[in-house]
Write a protein that binds this ligand. Structure first.
Ligand SMILES: Cc1ncc(C[n+]2csc(CCOP(=O)(O)OP(=O)(O)O)c2C)c(N)n1
Ligand code: SF4
Length: 340
């Protein structure tokens, strides 16, 4: 991973020769393009990349990358990516998953890869629906949504991806919008450089089964006023005229207008993605329109010991004193029986 490449790649170097089979207009196309733009920035040799997915439209991703990859089993991408990374710690491992793949059938594996802080990058395509199987509701679908599996509207609360990630002891969480290529590319680069599990939630549009689900915040006409792009060390200011911001009012966040009620830029809180206490980051991750703008950018990026490095270190320490040097030693170790 530390090895640097002499030749500089371009996005084209990461495009495979496979025909891209997502629906025309699907947000997945833009995500693919952003990832292909981010990888050349990393200075990692091409043969060190591995893309691991589960099952879903989003999970077709590895076919379209000219890298190593697995299109694996529904819900099991985290488990397989964990194995790939721990067996080959020098690889740059990317998990591609959907809201169904990661949070429904794969919920168990997803929380544990995060808790273990395995050094992989997870891109979660959140279209709030099952795309591949034609429109059933998912764990992120808005309460009340009418779908093929909820003809009278769902009666359950959805997961907030950021809340779940932080609750699972996540150290890196970011959010972007599929069509914002510049922001997405920058976030994927930061996610890759972070040591530990990084989760990037992408607000992705499924034009066929949940078209426009993110439009209230993602539409070009309104997004400046309804989203806040967080930058570490910068005040949390947003709006078309850069005149709105967030303050801490007691223990809660509140939207204010700069220039009104004596509010100046100095009152606006400054984003600290590296703060280990997740209190404010948790509130940022959970902000919803219309009360708040939706937070984009890197919300949390805290350093910590990774599972893969701790495991490698433990193995080398144990090896120094272990009496077991080969398979025969292992078989003869501990209790043995002689069958007469
Ligand atoms: C064990 C198993 N159960 C169910 C399925 C059917 N299935 C395939 S993809 C999918 C959900 C996909 O939704 P999501 O992960 O949100 O991805 P999207 O297609 O929206 O990108 C389901 C339920 C399966 N392939 N395997
Ligand atoms: S069904 Fe939806 S998610 Fe799947 S390829 Fe088509 S637009 Fe994309």
């Amino acid at each position: 991973m530390e090895e640097t490449v002499v030749n500089k790649y371009t996005p084209k170097d990461f495009k495979s020769d496979q025909e891209v089979r997502w629906c025309p207009g699907c947000g997945d196309h833009a995500i693919l393009s952003s990832v292909q733009r981010a990888l050349p920035e990393l200075g990692i040799p091409k043969e060190k990349f591995a893309f691991i997915s589960g099952i879903g439209c989003s999970s077709r991703f590895p076919y379209y990358m000219d890298t190593y990859g697995f299109h694996s089993i529904h819900g099991r991408a985290s488990a397989i990516a964990s194995g790939v990374k721990t067996a080959n710690p020098e690889l740059s491992v990317w998990q591609i998953t959907g809201d169904g793949d990661a949070l429904a059938i794969g919920g168990n594996h997803f929380i544990h890869v995060i808790r273990r802080n395995i050094n992989i990058n997870i891109i979660l395509f959140n279209n709030e629906i099952y795309g591949l199987t034609k429109g059933q509701y998912s764990p992120t679908s808005t309460k009340g949504i009418v779908t093929k599996t909820s003809p009278y509207g769902t009666v359950e609360e959805p997961f907030s991806v950021g809340e779940l990630v932080i609750g699972a002891k996540g150290k890196f969480f970011a959010r972007t919008i599929d069509t914002n290529i510049a922001l997405s590319t920058q976030i994927y680069t930061e996610a890759a450089r972070h040591k530990g599990t990084s989760v990037v939630e992408v607000l992705q549009n499924c034009v066929i089964f949940n078209d426009g689900v993110h439009d209230t915040v993602a539409d070009k006409e309104v997004r400046d006023d309804r989203t806040l792009i967080l930058k570490h060390g910068q005040p949390m200011i947003f709006g078309k005229n850069n005149d709105k911001g967030l303050i801490l009012d007691g223990l809660k966040l509140r939207v204010v207008k700069i220039g009104e009620d004596g509010i100046t830029e100095k009152d606006i809180i400054v984003h600290d993605a590296t703060e280990p206490n997740p209190g404010i980051q948790y509130m940022l991750a959970n902000m919803r329109y219309p009360e708040f703008p939706v937070a984009l950018g890197v919300i949390r990026a805290v350093e910590g010991v990774t599972y893969d490095s701790a495991m490698t270190e433990q193995i080398s320490e144990i090896k120094k004193t272990s009496k077991i040097k080969c398979m025969d030693d292992l078989l003869m170790h501990g209790s043995t029986w002689k069958v007469e």
